[in-house]
Design a protein around this ligand. Structure first.
Ligand code: ATP
Ligand code: FE2
Length: 321
């Protein structure tokens, strides 16, 4: 069975094609800016512009024809309304045109399930850190649960906001990753873990003040920011692993591409006799292969959806699933 999946929760529009348990294609194009943040309306326009070409590219890469597709899946939420609507609309059109079933999936769960498909992880705790989302997720007691999350902004948005403040453009995460390698001096920053949750708002304000004081180098700030923010994320992930008695950690989301976060996660797992699973970057960032895979999995598990039940769910919680 072949599923075509569509991803459009935020700045990335993607088309993925999965046949049984094999990813045949995973193509995407992201809306970026040289300076300033993302404007939802413009991101949606971008998705409309690239959609046609990406569908063609994905079919070509997978070496299948549109008529060979058995199922259409799309990210139904959570995400930005403007952009989610484009993916949902394309999915409905394809489903009606091809007369094939449609399934809307939860984007956060897709990050977890693609990790289980592509690595040896059986039942991991997922540290999902992307732009808008930061959650520690695991399947426990018969359902997906959130064990910890950010109380304000997502890790990626926090990184992007600081990068933008110091003039690095969007997305800033990869730029800070690079810049941090030149950092030599650790600067004490607010470390905010409340119970199982983290918060980045105060840390961001503090960093902006330190930057404005001109007493610190950009590289030292980038380095210290990463050490602090990632230690917060891993403290909560580690506690979730203990709590659930799980010995596997999976990283997911765009921030999981960060080389220092990967290194710190591996050290934490080694110290706990646990395994750390890291995906290729193309499956960490928002991607449609994971949407196609989860759609296929849910279809095989018996899920069916009517076209009138495909309205987008911008605030869909992982634990409502
Ligand atoms: P979601 O809808 O899941 O919230 P998103 O639109 O934020 O997704 P992702 O592709 O998962 O998209 O993540 C993008 C984020 O990842 C951006 O904030 C970006 O700065 C960050 N990022 C990408 N690469 C790195 C890196 N090497 N280090 C740190 N952050 C990174
Ligand atoms: Fe994501």
């Amino acid at each position: 069975m072949i599923c075509l999946g569509i991803e459009s929760t935020a700045h990335t529009f993607g088309i993925g094609i999965v046949k049984d348990k094999i990813v045949l294609a995973n193509v995407n194009h992201s809306y970026t800016t040289k300076s300033g943040g993302m404007i939802p309306f413009n991101a949606a326009e971008h998705h409309i512009d690239v959609c046609d070409k990406l569908i063609k590219d994905a079919l070509e890469k997978a070496n299948v024809k549109l008529q060979d597709i058995d199922l259409i899946s799309f990210s139904q939420g959570p995400g930005i309304g403007h952009t989610l609507r484009i993916g949902a609309m394309v999915a409905r059109i394809l489903s009606l045109k091809l007369k094939k079933p449609i399934i809307g999936v939860n984007h956060c769960i897709a990050h977890l399930e693609i990790g289980k498909l592509l690595t040896d992880a059986k039942d991991p705790v997922l540290l999902y850190a992307s732009g808008a989302n930061t959650q520690i997720i695991a399947f426990e007691g018969g359902k997906y649960r959130i064990f910890g999350e950010t109380l304000d902004i997502g890790t990626g948005n926090f990184l992007d906001a600081f990068a933008r403040y110091i003039g690095l453009g969007f997305p800033g995460g990869p730029k800070l990753d690079k810049l941090s390698k030149d950092g030599k001096n650790f600067i004490e920053l607010p470390y905010v873990v409340k119970g199982m949750d983290v918060s980045f708002g105060g840390l961001l304000t503090n960093l902006k003040q330190k930057y404005d004081s001109k007493k610190y180098s950009d590289a030292d700030l980038a380095y210290s920011l990463q050490e602090t923010a990632f230690a917060m994320l891993l403290e909560v992930s580690e506690r979730a692993m203990y709590h659930c008695d799980k010995k596997e950690l999976l990283l997911g989301g765009g921030v999981a591409c960060n080389t220092r976060l990967q290194e710190m996660a591996k050290i934490m797992c080694r110290e706990n006799n646990s395994k750390c699973f890291i995906l290729e970057n193309q499956f960490n960032v928002d991607n449609a292969a994971m949407i196609a895979w989860l759609g296929l999995k849910e279809y095989n598990d018996g899920k069916r959806q009517k076209i009138e039940d495909t309205e987008i769910k911008p605030y869909w919680r992982t634990d409502e699933f």
